[in-house]
Design a protein around this ligand. Structure first.
Ligand code: AMP
Ligand code: GLY
Length: 423
């Protein structure tokens, strides 16, 4: 029986464990650091840095490491594992710079001819501000990793200029001492992830994320309050176009630069009137997009991920359940600014016991034998059904069983796809 180490401790990593577990290979699963959802026969191991995970992978003699979050990839975890001959799903630090530096990502897009917003990269306020003034509407992004913060979609000139000054002044630490300023794009957002071994590209089921904390896309940005898959906007021809214009060219460009990308390549896109344009790349599964697409994956996750790690990905082996999935994130009081932790959670087992539902833990911990909140995004509940509307019913019926003091969630996940089309 193969053994897999999953690095990370959120809902995405719980969904990865679930996907790996379901396949015919049914590997032994170890999650580090994991959360309270990782229960026997799975195991948890405490580690929190590259050295710790490399030691763990060696000590446990694992057959595959799947890296959930971006920070360990940017810090070189995959390189260290490859040096130890441990197969890993995740790119090298050189390829992960695609997420680690927005300037680098923009340079790659420009060189590869990928459609994206007009941009500039700056370290001083005057030139950044002058460029922002040349754009109809500006978006200001800290260059480095800023834990999902660091992007300001400005509504007016003052906001853009304040964002430039704040970032360059150290609001996001070193990550923001350089900023990318770009044109604000208008349209609907779409997430498209692909597996690639640097040669073959296998596009996964498309999904849509909901970044704002409040219903109707109001309030501050979050890591993501819900997701659904598939999306009616992402037709087969649009996905083929996205593969050809937004995914394949970056894989090739990185290869030409000696930074071959192996792992999960995630394109965050805006569907504009001029066609799809890339907002950003991530170098890993999205969270909560993974909680919506992995339950639909019919291919054996272990076999598929190992094939990517070994450089022998065959895109024809990737298959998805035609049913729809819809994921609702349940968040703690105070999320996203100051989530309260330590609240006991009721109803998880009842929700998880329903057919067509999967409950993924994110910020949870065990307090004696009780499961308590331990982060901002606490649990993700995914419903599956023949149509998106059925998946939503399954998900929200299960959500109604879960509670803790201060729990909040959006009741409108999937609204764009569920509302009758306007016009
Ligand atoms: P990013 O981390 O680059 O994906 O940015 C976070 C969010 O900001 C995206 O999901 C979009 O909602 C928004 N965003 C980023 N870039 C742009 C842009 N050029 N135009 C409009 N919205 C954007
Ligand atoms: N949900 C967006 C992300 O994972 O970056």
């Amino acid at each position: 029986m193969p053994k897999v180490l999953i690095v990370g401790g959120g809902g995405r990593e719980h969904a990865l464990a679930d996907a790996l577990h379901r396949g015919p290979q049914a590997p032994q699963i170890l999650v580090s650091p994991g959360n309270a959802g990782i229960v026997a026969p799975w195991r948890r191991a405490p580690a929190s840095d590259v050295d710790g995970w490399v030691d763990l992978a060696k000590a446990e003699d694992v057959d595959l490491v799947v890296v959930g979050p971006e920070a360990p990839l940017v810090a070189g975890l995959a390189d260290r594992l490859r040096a130890e001959r441990v197969p890993v799903l995740g790119p090298s630090a050189a390829a992960a710079e695609l997420e680690g530096s927005k300037t680098f990502a923009k340079e790659i897009m420009t060189a590869a001819g990928v459609p994206t917003a007009r941009w500039g990269s700056f370290t001083d306020v005057e030139t950044a501000t002058a460029f922002a003034r040349s754009l109809p509407m500006a978006v200001v992004k800290a260059d480095g990793l800023a834990a999902g913060k660091g992007v300001v979609v400005a509504d007016d000139r003052q906001q853009a200029e304040a964002a430039i000054a704040a970032s360059l002044d150290g609001a996001y630490g070193e990550a923001g001492r350089r900023v990318v300023v770009e044109e604000r794009l208008i349209g609907e957002e779409l997430s498209v992830m692909a597996l690639t071994d640097g040669q073959a590209v296998a596009v996964l089921a498309p999904s849509q994320d909901h970044k704002r904390v409040g219903e109707g896309d109001q309030g501050p940005n979050t890591g993501g309050m819900g997701a659904y898959s598939p999306t009616p906007r992402a037709t087969a021809s649009l996905l083929a176009e996205i593969e050809a214009t937004c995914l394949r060219p970056v894989v090739d460009e990185l290869g030409r630069r000696g930074r071959a990308f192996s792992g999960v390549l995630y394109a965050g896109l805006m569907l504009t009137d001029d066609g799809p344009k890339v907002l950003e790349y991530n170098v890993r599964f999205g969270d909560p997009e993974a909680q919506a697409i992995l339950p639909r994956m019919q291919s054996d996750a272990y076999t598929l991920f190992r094939a990517v790690a070994d450089g022998r990905l065959d895109p024809s082996t990737v298959a998805f359940d035609p049913r729809a999935a819809l994921t609702v994130v349940l968040a703690a009081e105070g999320y996203p600014s100051r989530p309260r932790t330590g609240d006991p959670i009721q109803g998880l087992a009842e929700a998880a016991g329903r057919p067509n539902v999967r409950v993924f833990h994110a910020g949870t911990a065990l307090d004696e034998s009780r499961v308590v909140t331990a982060g901002g995004r606490v649990v993700a509940v995914t419903g599956l059904g023949p149509r998106l509307r059925d998946a939503a019913t399954e998900a929200y019926d299960a959500v109604s069983l879960v509670s803790w003091p201060g729990m909040h969630y959006r009741r409108d996940i999937g609204h764009r796809a569920l509302e009758p089309a306007a016009g």
